[in-house]
Design a binder for this molecule. Structure first.
Ligand code: ZN
Length: 310
């Protein structure tokens, strides 16, 4: 038997046939962000039909069709994605209209990425794992004994919006002080930009062709390696709040493993420098030890693999 994983993103919808954690075939098409639920369901059905035909596989050989979305998935399966114009959209019945005898599941993309790492990647073999994805925002996923913990209403594990401290700008969610306003790629860029605009001298702005709008998180980490004072300040601030966020997770769940993924984790050597020691400083139970902190295995395939494991 095979599973199908669908990764719905803002730019493209990717589909993959998965067999024992291996993607044996992939297909994608552009996301129609204005099309609403009906068009999205049609596009997903078209991708599934095409990928099955291409591989000469019958739908009867598919155990589960899992679909990951960049938004909130409520307990009733209602999908809300502001970017895709979906509000409490019931996707499963739409897919079932075509594939009535196949199990169809939906999940949030960060949860799905955690499931991919738990089933096949950096959290494989552990009982309890938490994944955080440091990208444009911060996504979170909690897996315990093989089950995603999504809460009573499907809005649990929103680790990016746990409030850490007060910050100089508000989060997109309307709160102030969310974890993602300190430790996402966006947060790193904003803080570097702020220091440049305050007149601080730094090679970051040279790398950005003297335009603050060109600054990327990678430029900050590259400048850190060159001992740039401003970059060191930005990275130290990032690491300080990352340690607080991870300490909160440990205080709350004490997982066997925490996996860090997303674009920022490409600078894993810098990110992990002294991180465990900083985390331990925030823990009330000195000497109890903490779980492993690892870097996620999957980059672009996490969405397909994780959705297939829903
Ligand atoms: Zn927030």
């Amino acid at each position: 038997m095979y599973n199908i994983g669908i990764d719905v993103g803002g730019m493209s919808i990717k589909a993959g046939i998965v067999n024992n954690g291996e993607i044996i075939s992939k297909l994608s098409k552009e996301t129609d962000r204005q099309g609403g639920l009906d068009k999205l369901a049609d596009d997903i059905i078209e991708l599934i039909t095409n990928i099955l035909n291409k591989n000469n596989i019958d739908i009867k050989e598919i155990n589960t069709i899992g679909i990951g979305f960049p938004g909130v998935v409520a307990k009733n399966g209602g999908v809300t994605c502001v970017n895709l114009g979906l509000k409490n959209a019931l996707v499963v019945p739409k897919i079932k209209e075509k594939f009535s005898n196949t199990r169809v599941m939906v999940g949030n993309d960060a949860n799905v990425a955690a499931l991919a790492e738990y089933a096949y990647g950096s959290m494989k073999g552990y009982e309890s794992g938490v994944m955080i994805t440091l990208g444009t925002g911060i996504g979170g996923g909690v897996v315990i004994n093989g089950k995603l913990i999504t809460g009573a209403n499907g809005i649990g594990a929103e680790i990016g919006h746990m409030m850490i401290s007060s910050n100089y700008f508000d989060c997109n969610c309307g709160n102030n002080g969310c974890f993602e306003t300190f430790c996402s790629a966006t947060a790193i860029i904003k803080y570097a930009r702020k220091l440049v605009e305050e007149g601080r001298k730094t090679i970051i702005i040279e790398k950005a062709d003297n335009d603050v709008n060109n600054i990327t998180a990678k430029m900050v980490f590259d400048s850190y390696k060159e001992n740039d004072e401003v970059a060191i300040e930005v990275v130290s601030r990032f690491r300080k709040y990352l340690a607080m966020g991870l300490a909160n997770i440990i205080n709350f769940i004490d997982p066997e493993v925490i996996s860090i993924g997303g674009g920022v984790s490409n600078a894993s050597d810098i990110m992990l420098e002294g991180l465990s020691e900083q985390i331990k400083k925030h823990l009330p139970f000195d000497g109890a030890g903490i779980g492993e902190i690892v870097i996620a295995k999957f980059k672009n395939d996490a969405g397909i693999l994780g959705a297939s494991a829903l």
